[in-house]
Design a protein around this ligand. Structure first.
Ligand SMILES: C[S@@+](CC[C@H](N)C(=O)[O-])C[C@H]1O[C@@H](n2cnc3c(N)ncnc32)[C@H](O)[C@@H]1O
Ligand SMILES: [Zn+2]
Length: 352
């Protein structure tokens, strides 16, 4: 196999070519962090993620690849050797057992399991409880739970009600971040999402965790709900659920509790854009486009408007071109931008 100039083998080991984009964008975020990084690639499979982080970023000092599959670890070892990754460790163990039992020196932990990352959160914060700060990078592929029709499973695993509507992907991402906070709170860590992404079948978030009671308390102030009227499309986020639509007075639905704070750190996203321009990734153009959309989303409400739904509800005869709609709204002095969450949606300061 080949990915971004790295040759590796994946005999009977999990490898998804479609996640190349995710590995590239995550590697840009790793490179955008100022610190030297000691990385635990917690669900390494072939080891490709850790190999890429180490090869592409000079701030990565050492990568420990962990997987409970012997086959995976043997393969990851061979792949690292083939790619001359010198500072590499390998651990064949269950992720939780390893972190709960050991002392660790990591300051960046990658959680890329099958499905939900939730069962692995406690061991991360337990094992890091004496650290001042560190980073975690999580992938969730259980989008049917966070964003779709699996509302019972969402309550059970994420302790929140999902909202299977037109901005469900942003809601799902915000529920995931809230769920991380539920575990960090016990250990007095505050979190700051540095980079968040909704792409294809997965959600991704890279966060900075800082151990101070003040930061942890501040984070909880950013937890709330988004109320939504499926009749007229009205929505509002805040501390409380609003039971009746403020526009058409009909009964509303809601999503939450969820994270209402920023999803991105402007500086980090800016650095990622610069780094991408210097690298020759196969997905360079798509990465640039996504990162610019993400950058422009900063500061807007924690939801977006699907233009097709908007047109249907408003009874518009023609579907407006998204760029023209943004321009028209802009002429009224109201900000509006495209969003990475959906090619047919906008984020705007405008009222419905
Ligand atoms: C989605 S794959 C990882 C993909 C890889 N990070 C990549 O970018 O190609 C998940 C991997 O986690 C491993 N795994 C699943 N549960 C685990 C656990 N509890 N502890 C350690 N490894 C686990 C599986 O053996 C599998 O190789
Ligand atoms: Zn309404």
């Amino acid at each position: 196999m080949q990915e971004e100039g790295i040759e590796f083998e994946v005999k009977e080991i999990f490898y998804n070519t479609e996640m190349r984009f995710c590995r590239s964008i995550s590697s840009l975020c790793v490179g955008a962090l100022a610190e030297k990084l000691n990385i635990l690639d917690g669900f390494c499979a072939s080891g490709i993620r850790g190999i890429r982080y180490a090869k592409e970023n000079s701030n990565v000092t050492i990568v420990t690849s962990l997987d409970y599959s012997k086959k995976a670890i043997n393969q990851a070892k061979k792949n690292a050797k083939k790619n001359k990754i010198e500072k590499a460790n390998f651990v064949c163990e269950d992720f939780n057992k390893y972190l709960i039992n050991g002392e660790n020196e990591f300051n960046f932990i990658e959680i890329d399991p099958f499905g939900t990352p939730v069962p692995y959160l406690y061991s991360v914060f337990y094992s890091m409880q004496n650290k001042k700060e560190f980073y975690i990078s999580l992938t969730a592929t259980d989008t049917a739970v966070l964003c779709g029709h699996e509302s019972k499973a969402c309550l059970k695993n994420y302790h929140s009600k999902n909202l299977n509507n037109e901005f469900t992907h942003e809601n799902g991402l915000r529920i995931l971040i809230k769920r991380i906070l539920e575990t960090t709170g016990e250990f007095n860590f505050g979190i700051e999402p540095l980079f968040s992404l909704s792409d294809r079948h997965y959600l991704k978030v890279i966060l900075k965790c800082e151990k101070t009671a003040v930061k942890a308390d501040e984070c909880w102030k950013k937890i709330g709900f988004t109320s939504f009227c499926s009749s007229c499309g009205w929505r509002k986020s805040g501390k409380r659920i609003i039971n009746y639509c403020e526009k058409c007075k009909r009964q509303t639905d809601y999503g939450g509790p969820l994270w209402l704070g920023e999803l991105q750190n402007k500086k980090i996203i800016g650095k990622m854009i610069k780094l991408n321009s210097k690298r020759d990734y196969a997905d360079k153009k798509e990465l640039e486009k996504t990162l610019n959309l993400i950058k422009n989303e900063i500061g807007f409400h924690p939801y977006y408007y699907d233009v097709h739904q908007l047109a249907r509800r408003q009874g518009w005869k023609e579907l407006p071109k998204i760029d023209e709609l943004i321009e028209k709204v802009g002429k009224k002095g109201i900000k509006a931008v495209r969003t990475h969450f959906s090619p047919i949606a906008i984020k705007t300061d405008a009222e419905l």
